[in-house]
Design a protein around this ligand. Structure first.
Ligand code: SF4
Length: 700
């Protein structure tokens, strides 16, 4: 091909950080392939990567600010937009107080270096404690367990899947996600490699997922019963003298407390509640504990349930008491080039819990933010510190947080809202002003967060492939413009200068890391496999792991009281979510190549249940919860456990007033029109929307 050029970068659409090789000519993309020389992804990409081209050309994507008026949306200049946003925020705070301005930051925030680096000073300039993010509908229990056990909310033990002999996967579907809180591009190949070297992979999930299909064994479990299974496995491990923390033996507090507590959960006692047989539980525990190396990994299905905090605690306990924490082939801590965990030794930002409580429901803060499930009530409930204005950043909480319709009512009541977003979507339609950022191929990329959670230590930086139009703004430029208007302070550093500052603290001194040196290595730099780092890396005061933090022990009372099935007469089915490879939460449905094909927003239901309800494949049914109802087609399958049904998350683009033409043609329904914002894991504040009770009715 003549005059074509090649650009290497990291895909920042999801956590997998796949290396891309993009062939282009001027602003035309010829091909997007996996970069075979990328040390982490080794040439892997998923179908979403090629949709970066669609995103770049998307005619619905906003490029300049728009303002909502009585006559509809109008274009305004950047200066006018910045001035009006700053004036409105200041006026509302003058009238009602600092906390009258709330904020919500969505999932893409952590995938964009500009939003990460310039978001904190912006939030400081707003000065409100009414802060919300997607964390509390996702991974909050992981942070909670890490803070309580290891002393730092970002110290996540990462499965060493390239060297393990036994992997237990609970409530996770990495064959679709390519790993989450475990950046593992080409996960499926890595999973098969475990089996090719004689190891085993066991999946425990209420659905026979895409990951289950390539695993050695799959067990169904009733939604929300994972903590009971983990306790029973630990019971067997201690009872049969299989527990041994190996090199961490002298660095653990609470060993005997855990041993005593798990003695109350013999497999025979919990088997019926979990839906697994006691024999299967015992075998699983023995296999895990006697494998040469093993790792347990639990994700969304474990976090977004009533006992999310307990689940993530017990996953860590299982890895620790079998000698698989901080061990090659087990779960290890990372050491990325920009190590935000290690940098906290200077900044003191290790995380916090329950320093203050939310105004309406008294829910605990975690690391400066409140659970997003309470956001709508904080907007709608009168009183001091009632939220009167909102700032949303790269988030669509109407579709992604529980009881989206309740939140819509709340957003509609605000005096002012600004959205930093590339789309006029289900949430941003309530804004008065939308400030669109550059995105994807128009931005520089260095993954600040997902290097921290990756299965290898690597570093990679790429500049923007395409120049932004003169009338576009980068995310960090928007945040900087607003920050300076609100605080009166200018930030002298740009994005690359800020990165350079952070790279000087890197542990890899010999590589003399800087943006300039990273630019010279377009495939990235490999610092190798993860290594043991304990006890030195711990942030606890006595440098010991808190195996039995009192907050977890106390929460077991709640588990013991609610371990039987509830509300099964009125709502006989348990509803769980699911994720597809060709979706990215709520925001990649405006790409034709990702949305085409068989309808994906369906209700998965077991064949026996469908037979009892006299349902036919593709028949539309009404799914009803205590909060609302949706109508969608049925997909009959053996994948589902009896009495458990599934709707994928991120759909529901039928709302009026949005501008997402392709997504609207394939709207689907939002699972969060059924989930209940009053249902929480009360230990951590995370939303409990895995296992919502529902009933199913035929339409005629
Ligand atoms: S798996 Fe994630 S990072 Fe990799 S190509 Fe797909 S969307 Fe991009």
């Amino acid at each position: 091909m003549n005059n074509t050029q090649i650009h290497f970068r990291t895909c920042n659409l999801c956590e997998a950080m796949c290396g891309l090789e993009i062939t282009y000519k001027n602003t035309e993309i010829i091909a997007i392939k996996g970069d075979k020389k990328d040390p982490l992804s080794r040439g892997h990409i998923c179908p979403k990567a090629t949709a970066l081209e669609d995103l770049y050309h998307d005619k619905d994507r906003l490029k300049t600010p728009i303002k909502r008026t009585e006559k509809g949306w109008i274009d305004i200049s950047w200066e006018e937009a910045f001035d009006e946003v700053a004036t409105q925020i200041k006026n509302i705070q003058k009238k009602y107080g600092k906390n009258a301005v709330g904020s919500y930051r969505g999932n893409p925030t952590v995938h964009n270096i500009g939003l990460m680096l310039f978001g904190a000073p912006f939030m400081q300039s707003v000065g409100s404690n009414q802060k919300y993010t997607a964390t509390s509908v996702d991974q909050l229990p992981h942070h909670f367990a890490s803070l309580m056990m290891f002393g730092h909310y970002l110290m996540f033990p990462i499965p060493d899947i390239d060297r393990t002999d036994f992997m237990l996967i609970m409530g996770a579907n990495p064959a679709a996600s390519n790993g989450s809180i475990m950046t593992a591009p080409d996960f499926s190949k890595r999973l098969k490699a475990i089996q090719n070297r004689g190891g085993k992979v066991v999946v425990v999930d209420p659905r026979f997922t895409e990951t289950s299909k390539i695993a050695t064994t799959h067990h169904f479990i009733k939604p929300g019963k994972d903590a009971l299974l983990l306790l029973a496995m630990l019971n067997v491990i201690f009872d049969e003298n299989l527990a041994d923390a190996k090199h961490l033996k002298n660095h653990i507090n609470g060993w005997n407390t855990v041993k005593e507590i798990v003695s109350n959960y013999p497999p025979e006692k919990v088997a019926t509640s979990t839906g697994m047989t006691s024999e299967n539980i015992k075998n699983l525990a023995r296999q895990f504990a006697t494998a040469k190396t093993a790792v347990c990994y639990g994700r969304m299905g474990l976090s977004t349930q009533e006992f999310g905090g307990l689940c993530q605690w017990l996953v860590n306990v299982l890895n620790i008491v079998t000698g698989n924490l901080d061990t090659e082939g087990g779960a290890l801590f990372t050491k990325p080039a920009i190590d935000v965990v290690e940098m906290s030794r200077r900044t003191g930002k290790i995380g916090s819990f329950n320093k203050r409580q939310s105004r309406v429901h008294g829910l605990p803060e975690f690391t400066g933010e409140f659970p997003v499930s309470t956001l709508a009530d904080e907007i709608l409930t009168p009183g001091k510190d009632q939220i009167k204005a909102m700032i949303t950043v790269a988030g669509n909480p109407v579709l992604s947080t529980p009881n989206g319709k309740h939140l819509e009512k709340a957003l509609d009541s605000l005096e002012f809202m600004v959205a930093i977003d590339i789309y006029l979507n289900e949430t941003t339609k309530y804004a008065n002003i939308i400030l669109p950022t550059t995105t994807g191929l128009e931005t520089a990329v260095y993954d600040l967060i997902f290097h921290q959670f990756a299965i290898r230590n690597t570093a990679k930086y790429a500049e923007a492939l395409f120049e932004k139009d003169s009338n576009q703004r980068h995310d960090w430029e928007i945040l900087e413009a607003l920050t300076s208007r609100l605080s009166g302070k200018e930030n002298p550093a740009n994005l690359e200068q800020t990165l350079d500052y952070m790279l000087q603290f890197s542990a890899y001194k010999e590589s003399e890391l800087s943006v300039a040196t990273l630019k010279k290595q377009p495939h990235g730099i490999d610092f190798g496999a993860l290594k043991p780092q304990l006890p030195e890396r711990l942030f606890t005061k006595d440098k010991k792991i808190e195996l039995a933090h009192p907050l977890f022990i106390k929460d077991l009372d709640r588990l013991n009281k609610t371990s039987s099935d509830k509300n099964t007469d009125t709502y006989p089915f348990s509803l769980i979510g699911r994720r597809h490879l060709r979706s990215n939460n709520s925001w990649m449905h405006n790409s034709k190549r990702l949305i085409k094909g068989k309808e994906r927003c369906t209700l998965l239901i077991n064949a026996e249940d469908a037979h009892q309800l006299k349902l036919k494949n593709n028949e539309k049914v009404s799914v009803i919860s205590n909060v609302g109802s949706v109508i969608l087609p049925v997909e009959i399958t053996e994948q589902m456990m009896p009495k458990v049904v599934s709707i994928p998350h991120g759909w529901g683009h039928h709302r009026k007033g949005i501008k997402l033409e392709i997504a609207q043609q394939n709207a689907g329904v939002s699972i969060n029109d059924l989930t209940d914002s009053n249902r929480l894991d009360t230990l951590t504040g995370n939303a409990d929307f895995s296992g919502t009770r529902v009933k199913i009715e035929r339409l005629n």
